[in-house]
Design a protein around this ligand. Structure first.
Ligand code: PBE
Length: 262
């Protein structure tokens, strides 16, 4: 059993939204006791490793990522199936926040293509993809197979992908559906006309002993269920990337109006 003063440790991945949600979880837990945010640990594999080793207790993950990338299921499964597969690892899924943040491919607003299947006939298009998407089972390899795409994408840091697209260094990029820059750059998100991508609902991935070790923090965190809609998340991502607000300020402002104000 934990020492009374041991902090609840929250992790996050290395992109805007993950930092913000890590702050929201940490600040929520901090109202009940010590809490610590280990920010921007790395990609999915690294944050998962930190969770499994006990270096962190909880982080915000996405259902499709749990299903296809973490559990390596070849096809999307059910939430019950995911829970059953995670239990032997000492992990659980809970508290859907109320939005999903999915992968898609996007092009400049004046491009000819509208659907992912249109890409097959445009071999001249240069595709730039975030490094994790390039290698993931639910990323490029499966997408290329499903749609018969023969392009050779290059790896791009997601932080500079929108600028590279605007500068015409590439003609298509992978986007996260709650990225504020989709609207800001007037991009067209290509229709996934062969339903390749699964749902990526935002949920907590946590060590199963957390509710017993941190009962008050856990009850506080449970109150976040269903409270963040996609437009809220897009606005928070914009506050960071467009307005340059700090992740902790964005989280504090959101908690002040959403939780205290309701
Ligand atoms: N994303 C988009 C994902 C999956 C879809 C970047 C939010 C992630 O696994 O982090």
């Amino acid at each position: 059993s934990a020492h009374a003063e041991e902090p609840l440790r929250v992790g996050s991945k290395r992109f805007t939204e993950s930092y913000i949600l890590g702050e929201i979880l940490t600040q929520t837990a901090a109202r009940t006791g010590p809490a610590e945010h280990k920010q921007g640990l790395g990609n999915t594999a690294i944050v998962l490793g930190a969770l499994r080793s006990g270096a962190i207790d909880v982080y915000l993950e996405y259902l499709g990522t749990i299903d296809l990338e973490i559990l390596k299921n070849p096809q999307p499964t059910s939430l019950d199936a995911m829970r059953a597969a995670l239990r032997p690892l000492g992990l659980g899924v809970a508290v859907p926040l109320g939005f999903s943040n999915g992968y898609a491919l996007a092009v400049r607003g004046d491009a000819e293509v509208r659907r992912l299947s249109d890409l097959a006939a445009h071999l001249d298009m240069k595709i730039g993809l975030s490094h994790e998407f390039l290698g993931r089972a639910d990323g490029w390899p499966g997408l290329a197979r499903r749609y018969g795409l023969a392009q050779h994408p290059r790896g791009l840091d997601h932080g500079i992908a929108y600028e590279a697209l605007a500068q015409r260094q590439v003609d298509a990029i992978d986007i996260y559906s709650t990225d504020a820059k989709i609207r800001q750059y007037g991009l067209r998100v290509l229709d996934d006309d062969k339903q390749y991508f699964p749902r990526y609902d935002a949920v907590l991935l946590y060590r199963l002993d957390v509710p017993q070790r941190f009962p008050q923090a856990w009850r506080a965190i449970e109150q976040l269920q269903g409270t963040i809609k996609a437009d809220d998340m897009i606005a928070m991502n914009a506050a960071a990337e467009r307005d340059g607000k700090s992740f902790s300020t964005i989280a504090r402002d959101w908690l002040a109006c959403k939780v205290d104000g309701s």
